[in-house]
Ligand binder design. Structure first.
Ligand code: FES
Length: 165
C-alpha cells in the first residue's frame, strides 16, 4: 500500500468515525468502525487500531479485545490468496471438517493466520450461498464446490503454480 492510499484510507476512516461520534451511543458502533477499517486496509494494522482508540476515546486494550474476539477480524496482512472455508451446515455435513483439517495441516496455519511465504490466509465462512455444491471453499472471489480434501490440495497447487507465472 502506498502512502497516498494509506492517507486516503485514514481520511475515509476518520470521516466515518466522525459521523459515528455524532450518534447517540457512539461506542456501541465500535464493531462497525472496525469493519470499516478492515474493508479499507484489508486487515487491522496496530496503528489503525490505535487511531480508532484515540478518535473514539476508547482504551486501546478494549479495541484489541474486540478485534481478537471475532474471527472475522484479521490482525495480520492477508496472504496473496484468501481461502474461506464454508462451515455452514450443508458443507459441514458433506465433509468441510476434513477439508479444513487437511488445509490446516498442509498450510500449517489456523484461522486468521497467513502462511510463512505470504501466499495463503485462512478464514471461516458461514453459508456462501452455494449449498448445492457443498462442500464449498471460496478462494479470493471464486467459489470451488464438490470438494474433497484431495481435490483441495490439487486446487492449492494450481494457485501456487499460478503465482509463479
Ligand atoms: S452451507 Fe456452505 S454454501 Fe451453504
Amino acid at each position: 500500500m502506498t502512502t497516498t492510499q494509506e492517507k486516503d484510507a485514514l481520511t475515509e476512516l476518520g470521516e466515518f468515525i466522525a459521523e459515528v461520534m455524532q450518534r447517540e451511543h457512539p461506542h456501541s458502533h465500535l464493531i462497525a468502525v472496525l469493519h470499516k477499517a478492515q474493508s479499507l486496509y484489508g486487515y487491522l494494522p496496530t496503528e489503525v487500531m490505535n487511531e480508532v482508540a484515540a478518535r473514539m476515546g476508547i482504551p486501546t486494550a478494549h479495541i484489541w479485545g474486540v478485534a481478537t474476539f471475532y474471527h472475522y477480524f484479521n490482525l495480520n496482512p492477508p496472504g496473496k490468496h484468501t481461502i474461506s472455508v464454508c462451515l455452514g451446515t450443508a458443507c459441514y455435513v458433506k465433509g468441510a471438517g476434513a477439508i479444513l483439517q487437511r488445509l490446516k495441516d498442509e498450510l500449517k496455519i489456523e484461522f486468521g493466520q497467513v502462511t510463512q511465504d505470504g501466499m495463503f490466509s485462512l478464514q471461516p465462512a458461514r453459508c456462501l450461498g452455494a449449498c448445492g455444491l457443498a462442500p464449498v471453499v471460496m478462494i479470493d472471489d471464486t467459489i470451488h464446490g464438490d470438494l474433497t480434501a484431495d481435490k483441495m490440495m490439487e486446487l492449492l497447487e494450481t494457485y501456487r503454480k499460478g503465482s509463479e507465472d
